[in-house]
Design a protein around this ligand. Sequence first.
Ligand code: ZN
Length: 152
Amino acid sequence: MMAIYNIIKKEDPQLREKSKPVTKITPNILKLIKNMVETMYDANGVGLAAPQVGVLKKVIVIDVGDGVTALINPELIEASGEETDTEGCLSCPGLLGEVTRFAKVKVKGLNPEGEEVIVEGEGLMARALQHEIDHLDGILFIDKAKNLRKQD
Ligand code: ZN
């Protein structure tokens, strides 16, 4: 069964909370991940963090065009370079802005099987990883964006 979650918007105070680490990968966590992926695709997004669907747990899903990356308890362990590009967010519909982020990152976390993995990303993948991890700390891209504007 597919389930599409409601994506909460920037005015919702839950988006400003810090998410809690997942201590055990239960069937409910796996269901959360599956439904987050469906919700991300339904909304034509490239990434989604659990707090955006009102679940304050450290879970993110990303697909920048080459398949799903789902990470539990993701943690930035290496970062280099700098890149500025246009960004948006499913919780901030219609808003765009330029955000400067690390150009290359390494992120450590657990995959849905509970194995420790290190995901390396550059370009859009690096950007998506940083954007989604920010959500777990209660940070929105609009906090960092320059030239914040309404999409035409
Ligand atoms: Zn976002």
